[in-house]
Design a protein around this ligand. Structure first.
Ligand code: NAD
Ligand code: UDP
Length: 320
């Protein structure tokens, strides 16, 4: 296949490009490098079958040559990023999604949308099955992302229903792993960077809010499975191992052996209280389930942060 990956220079996108190339697909990575990094794809640029196209997909783009599939991942994903880029986030998930759909339609290609657990908002149903319609504040600070993704799902569904495009929607839950930007503000990257630098781990609120963390290799297997079939979804992709943020902080401190203290900061407005995927649909329709447990995935992520020269743990710190 020749697969277009929008957002391919980002955290998830770069892993997806790598897996697709590794199995013999050609990959066209389209990215404006707003929250992604050239170094994420530096090793891929030398490989046969890989093309990088620097473009903002919100403004329309073309990909010369054949296209068999489009994986639309372009969008800021960290709350810190989408708060910095609110209008760009709305644009890339609305106009950008439409441009990516137009490309797929023109080539009769498979289209996969990277949606998010954020479409469930601050959920009133727990854990979250795909049938749940969500509880989202359309004028809250997170709406530039949540509502934009909900629109992206709607326009994707309309292209399938009315124009016959083969589309698939995956709802991605919190994912972590190598290539997270250390200062992207997400909880796993922040805690690891802080622990390795001997800085306080910043827990927002009481730390009892939960998330369910999926290792990036597992997630990408699920996206590839969605590309390879005609399943419309939406399908949740996440690891149902639900943890409190305080537990995550403890785990990061134990794995890094860091002596860092914990600092409590105010909980951001509309921060979802609980989040955990029901993944029966992914299992039944994509034969997918996560395989990496949190501790193993965090160890791999910490090693990657260390290999990039993160500040060493002070000598006083020992594994607890
Ligand atoms: P990321 O910020 O690392 O990657 C996003 C990529 O999109 C970046 O390379 C960025 O430069 C690119 N991009 C943004 N706007 C663009 C535009 N207008 N034109 C071209 N490129 C643009 O984020 P990520 O964690 O890799 O997320 C990838 C996708 O997965 C996003 O759509 C995100 O909403 C979704 N998702 C991720 C998570 C997660 O936990 N990582 C959870 C839910 C959903
Ligand atoms: N969080 C935290 N400290 C940080 C960053 C995030 O306590 O330094 C919390 C945040 O309030 C949320 C959870 O960790 O409850 C996950 O945040 P993240 O930004 O990673 O993703 P979200 O699921 O909120 O999009």
């Amino acid at each position: 296949m020749r697969v277009v990956v929008t957002g391919g220079a980002g955290f998830v996108g770069s892993h997806l490009c790598e897996i697709l190339l590794g199995r013999g697909d050609d990959v066209v990575c389209v990215d404006n490098l707003s929250t992604g990094r050239a170094e994420n794809i530096a090793a891929l640029c030398d490989q046969r079958g890989f093309t990088f196209l620097r473009a903002d997909v919100s403004y329309g783009f073309d990909v010369p040559g054949p296209v068999d599939a489009v994986a639309h991942l372009a969008s800021p994903a960290s709350p810190a990023d989408y708060h910095k880029l609110p209008l760009q986030t709305l644009a890339v998930n609305s106009r950008g999604t439409e441009h990516a759909l137009v490309l797929a339609r023109r080539h009769q290609a498979r289209f996969v949308l990277a949606s998010t657990s954020e479409v469930y908002g601050d959920p009133r149903v727990h854990p979250q099955p795909e049938e749940y319609w969500g509880h989202v504040n359309s004028v809250g600070p997170r709406s530039v992302y949540d509502e934009a993704k909900r629109y992206a799902e709607a326009v994707t569904t309309a292209y399938a229903r009315h124009l016959g495009v083969s589309t698939g929607i995956v709802r991605i839950f919190n994912t972590y792993g190598p290539r997270l930007r250390p200062r992207d503000g997400r909880v796993v990257s922040s805690f690891i960077r802080q622990a390795l630098a001997g800085e306080a781990l910043t827990i927002y609120g009481d730390g009892l809010q939960t998330r369910s963390f999926c290792f990036v290799d597992d997630l990408v297997r699920g996206i590839v499975a969605m590309l390879d079939c005609r399943e419309p979804g939406p399908v949740n992709l996440g690891n149902p191992d639900e943890r409190t943020i305080a537990e995550l902080a403890e785990l990061v401190l134990r794995i890094t052996g860091s002596p860092s203290p914990v600092q409590r900061l105010p909980l951001p407005t509309d921060d979802p209280v609980r989040r955990c995927p029901v993944i029966t649909r992914a299992l039944e329709r994509l034969a997918w389930k996560p395989e990496t447990d949190l501790e193993e995935g965090l160890r791999a992520t910490v090693s990657w942060f260390r290999s990039r020269g993160a500040e060493p743990v002070p000598a006083a710190g020992r594994a607890r």
